[in-house]
Structure formats: structure tokens, C-alpha cells
Design a binder for this molecule. Structure first.
Ligand SMILES: Cc1ncc(C[n+]2csc(CCOP(=O)(O)OP(=O)(O)O)c2C)c(N)n1
Ligand SMILES: [Mg+2]
Length: 556
């Protein structure tokens, strides 16, 4: 008799071929054969408390490792619970595969347990969504889903595997099992060479250029190319999303607080790997007279919402390197001439920083959120991966916290999903045990997925959790107060005064309550030394809002 193999074991083989070494999951009878396959292939199974966390963790794993992440959830509610994580990965351009269970094909549309039209639900928020129709095709279709994740800008794929397809055994020789490194090609593209030449020409003529290094700089692992580019051409660099940390704070080309000024005064603005979405004011906040160049992995993003002078579709690193090389020799003493422009921006930057500094040093009680994020920023090392998960408190941190290394900043991305923090911390620590992980939560955000603190304890994944606790969903409360008046401002946004430090202890972690600003730093140190998953619950002033919240910038 020939050797046989089941669908779940074929899933595990396909994951192994892709280099995936962990799946995030919450169990269900429809999917257990995948676990059995993972045991054989040496793939770790991390079981979480909510499928949203499994999907966010797969997204986070992809961001940290550069490999696709994988979450496995059961049919019906398991899959619907994971929708938010897939949606977040979709907007954040994060390559992950969600595998959902499904009722047996033999019971198709008969009303089987947990049956839902998963593929229809997932199609608009994935790059590829399909049912696996036969056991022989399981590994083949998993490899297909991975290929699709890398079509243009990356993103998620979804597969549902009916229970009888997953459990059935087929002769090994009948199954198509793609081999590692042999079923998909690199999708890195150089961009149109003529457009790169044009960019070089624009760079040669620009007097006041500025560049924005967006998330795709990290996605493309283009850090070195971006650094070489800004140094060779002497261009001030701003960073957003996962692009933060491309240059370390203190670098002469690292700018942050003068962005609006720079984009108003510049004569050439190069936008790399970030769309003209709400975070960019849909492109409206760029000088109307500046030449605008947009580089992106996705042709659909280039020129969307705002006209551009030049668009280049392709890999950020390859394009920046090619443009720098093409421009070298053409600029002559132009690079030195830009010194005045950099000095001008540095003066704006320094003034903005100094204006805010007293707030960052505030001794006020309740604690000024600026003080909390300042303490966190001072506490971060080159090896700390920083994660933000919350509303107003995270808006404060976006202004003040500067990751010290590339790939060390994680935020949900343009979906703005609360609840990513615990999952990102899980994936980051699991994939990079050598790194320290610090996550700043709003108390509202924390409560969405906070039970997975227990998973961090169970899998011994130490991290430093900080809660900016204002007993409110403050970012929303501000808008309500402004629109409906103070007497109606507390509807639907008020949380209890929860001692989350105690919650951490209850679940086997380290916890503290902090009400005195002078105690923030020592508490962070103790959390670091504890070697445990921790929660430092910092009671911040609920009456203080971030400027971005007060301007309601996100809705403009
Ligand atoms: C899953 C999800 N639900 C709701 C929202 C809307 N929302 C944005 S900010 C915010 C308040 C968050 O409160 P918290 O995390 O405590 O941060 P704070 O604003 O109080 O600092 C809410 C509910 C969202 N972005 N994501
Ligand atoms: Mg809050």
C-alpha cells in the first residue's frame, strides 16, 4: 500500500516550505488535523484567547520577520472573529494567510455546524480568497495563496478548508506538494528606468527637497538604500508608519516635528511607500508648487487623491538606489547648497521640540500624558520594539516616541484598529526573543484583547506593557464634548477605574500602579527586570488631550 497524507499535514508541509515556523490559533474541531501536521513539521502552535489576536499576531509576525504570518481558526465564529485582523492586514499591506475551517463538502449548504459563506465575506479584504476543493490540492492552494500575498503591495490571503477535505488521506504521490524555494519568484521591481532617470534629473535641480519614508521602506527592507539616498543627496527625511526608525533619532537627516513646514516650503517632495490617505491629508497638505514624486509597490496608489509630477511603481530600495546612482555626478556642489535648507528645518524642529519640553517634564498629578510618553521614549533602547495601541494616548506617543532602530515601530496602520497591541507584542517577542518589546495601550484598547496577556504568560513571552489609563475612551470623548457640550460628553465612552497592574498579577505577570510621574521610570525598570509579561498601569490626566485629537485631524 502506498503512503498516504491528510489535508492538515499537507497544510503544515506548505507552511514549512514557506518558512513559517509558528501558527497562531484558537482551536475548533474543524482544524485539529492542521495541529497534528504542525507537530510533525516542527511548527510551533500558539493558541490564543480570541481569534482577532491570532490574526493580528500573524500580521505582526509578517512585519517583524519579512515572512508571511499564518493564523488558523475554526469555521463560522472562529473565522468571523478573525475578520478584523485580516482587515487590518489588508489596509496595512501585511502579507498573512488566514486558514479557516469549514463544514464538510458532503454537507455543503445543509446547515452544518458553524457554516458561513467565509469566502464571500473575505473577498473584499484579501488579495485572494478561495475554498480548497480537494485534499490533493491543499498544499498547492496554500502555495498559491502565498504567491497572491505578494502581488503588488503585499496583503492577506484567506483559505477555507472543508472538514472532509482536511481530514481525508490521499496517496502521497497524488498530492502536489510545492517545494521550498521552487514555487514563487521575487516580485521586486526596479521601476521604469526612464522614470528613474527623470527622478535623478529632478533631484539634480531641486534646491529644497524633502522625502517621506513610509511603511514600504520597511516592507521592502530598503533601510540601507534609504539612508544612502538621503546622505548622498543631502535630503531631510521624515518617516511614518513602519518607516519610523529608518534613520535613528539624532541623525542629521532625521526630521519629525517640522514636516508640515517642510512640505509647505519644499520644491521637491518624494513620497515613498505611503498612500495619500487621511494620514497625509489626502495629499492636500503638500505645497501646490512643489514637484511631487510618488514611489509605491502598488500602481493603484500612485497618483490617487492627488496629482503627481512623477510616479514610479516598484521596490523602494531598488528605486532609491538607482536614482541616487543616476543623480550622483549631476549635482556638483548642489548637495552642499542644501545645507541652508537643512539648517532652516532644524531650527523649526528645535523650536517645536523646546516648546513642548516643559510638558514632557511636567510633574503634574494626575500625570500629563506628555510626561508618560517622554519617559517611554527615554527608556527605549536600540533593541526595544515599540508598539502603540490606543487612541489619544497613542496620538501623544506618535509625537514624542522615536524608535531607535528600523523595524522597531509597530502601529495598526490606516485601519486604526484598537486591540492590535497584545498580538503584536506576542508576535514580536516570539519571532525575536533577543529583543525587548514595549507596548503602550490605552485602557480602552487594552480591554479589547487584554485576556491574551495570559497567553504571553503561558508561552513565557516577557514584554513591558504600559497602560495610559484615563478611565475613558478619550479620543472619542473629546469629539463628543466639542460637538454636544460637556454635559453630554460622557455618553458611551466612560470606563471603570481598573487597576490593570492587579490584573497582570492575577494572570501570573508583573504589575504596578503608578500615580506619581517620578515613579514612571523606576516602574519601567522593575518591569524590565521582572523578566515577565508586565503591565505598568499609569494613571494619566483624563482632561488633557493630544493636539491631533483636538484638531480632529484624522477626520479631515
Ligand atoms: C476596534 C476599534 N473600535 C473602536 C475604535 C474607535 N476609537 C478610536 S480611539 C478610541 C478610544 C480609545 O480609548 P483608549 O484606548 O482608552 O485611548 P484614549 O483615547 O483614552 O487615550 C476608540 C473607541 C477603533 N479605532 N477601533
Ligand atoms: Mg483611555
Amino acid at each position: 500500500m502506498s503512503e498516504t497524507i491528510s489535508g492538515g499535514h499537507l497544510v503544515a508541509k506548505a507552511l514549512k516550505a514557506e518558512g513559517v515556523d509558528v501558527i497562531y490559533t484558537l482551536c475548533g474541531g474543524h482544524i485539529i488535523d492542521i495541529y497534528d501536521g504542525c507537530v510533525d513539521e516542527g511548527i510551533e502552535v500558539i493558541d490564543v484567547r480570541h481569534e482577532q489576536v491570532a490574526a493580528h499576531a500573524a500580521d505582526g509576525y509578517a512585519r517583524i520577520t519579512g515572512k508571511p504570518g499564518c493564523a488558523v481558526v475554526t469555521a463560522g465564529p472562529g473565522t468571523t472573529d478573525a475578520v478584523t485582523g485580516v482587515a487590518n492586514a489588508f489596509r496595512a499591506e501585511s502579507p498573512m494567510l488566514l486558514i479557516g475551517g469549514q463544514g464538510a463538502l458532503s454537507q455543503h449548504k445543509m446547515g452544518s455546524l458553524q457554516d458561513l459563506p467565509h469566502v464571500d465575506m473575505m473577498t473584499p479584504i484579501t488579495k485572494f480568497a478561495a475554498t480548497v476543493p480537494s485534499t490533493e490540492r491543499v498544499a498547492d492552494i496554500v502555495s498559491m495563496a502565498f504567491r497572491e500575498c505578494y502581488n503588488g503591495a503585499p496583503g492577506p490571503s484567506f483559505l477555507e478548508i472543508p472538514r472532509d477535505v482536511l481530514d481525508a488521506k490521499v496517496p502521497l504521490e497524488k498530492a502536489r506538494i510545492p517545494q521550498a524555494g521552487q514555487y514563487r519568484a521575487s516580485t521586486r521591481q526596479l521601476g521604469d528606468p526612464e522614470a528613474v532617470e527623470q527622478l535623478a534629473d529632478m533631484l539634480a535641480h531641486a534646491e529644497k527637497p524633502a522625502i517621506l519614508l513610509g511603511s514600504q521602506v520597511w516592507t521592502c527592507r530598503a533601510t540601507d538604500a534609504a539612508i544612502d539616498f538621503v546622505r548622498a543627496l543631502n535630503i531631510p527625511a521624515y518617516m511614518n508608519g513602519s518607516g519610523r526608525g529608518t534613520l535613528p533619532p539624532g541623525d542629521p537627516h532625521h526630521f519629525q516635528l517640522s514636516r508640515r513646514y517642510a512640505f509647505t516650503e519644499a520644491d521637491l517632495i518624494i513620497i515613498v511607500g505611503t498612500p495619500f490617505d487621511f494620514r497625509m491629508g489626502y495629499g492636500k497638505r503638500l505645497s501646490p508648487t512643489a514637484k511631487v514624486v510618488q514611489i509605491d509597490l502598488d500602481y493603484r496608489t500612485v497618483g490617487k487623491n492627488r496629482d503627481i509630477d512623477l510616479g514610479i511603481v516598484g521596490d523602494a530600495g531598488l528605486i532609491l538606489s538607482a536614482a541616487a546612482q543616476a543623480a550622483s555626478g549631476r549635482i556638483e556642489n548642489g548637495v552642499a547648497r542644501r545645507k541652508a535648507w537643512l539648517d532652516e528645518l532644524r531650527a523649526v524642529e528645535t523650536a517645536a521640540y523646546e516648546k513642548r519640553l516643559p510638558r514632557q517634564h511636567s510633574d503634574a498629578q494626575p500625570i500629563d500624558p506628555y510626561r508618560l510618553v517622554h519617559e517611554i521614549n527615554e527608556f527605549l533602547t536600540e533593541d526595544t520594539i515599540y508598539i502603540g495601541d490606543g487612541g489619544d494616548i497613542v496620538t501623544f506617543s506618535g509625537q514624542v516616541v522615536q524608535p531607535k532602530s528600523p523595524g522597531h515601530w509597530m502601529d495598526p496602520g490606516p485601519l486604526g484598529t484598537l486591540g492590535v497591541g497584545m498580538a503584536f507584542a506576542m508576535a514580536a517577542k516570539q519571532a525575536r526573543r533577543d529583543k525587548e518589546v514595549l507596548c503602550l495601550f490605552g485602557d480602552g484598547a487594552f480591554s479589547l484583547t487584554g485576556w491574551d496577556f495570559e497567553t504571553m504568560v503561558r508561552f513565557d513571552l516577557p514584554f513591558i506593557g504600559v497602560i495610559g489609563n484615563n478611565s475613558s475612551m478619550n479620543q472619542i470623548r473629546y469629539g463628543q464634548a466639542a460637538k454636544y457640550g460637556e454635559d453630554r460628553a460622557r455618553i458611551g465612552n466612560t470606563l471603570g477605574d481598573i487597576r490593570y497592574g492587579e490584573f497582570a498579577k492575577l494572570l501570573g505577570g508583573y504589575g504596578e500602579e503608578v500615580r506619581d510621574p517620578a515613579e514612571i521610570r523606576p516602574a519601567l525598570e522593575r518591569a524590565r527586570e521582572s523578566g515577565k509579561p508586565s503591565l505598568i498601569n499609569v494613571w494619566v490626566d483624563p482632561e488633557v488631550y493630544a493636539p491631533g485629537t483636538m484638531n480632529q485631524t484624522m477626520y479631515k
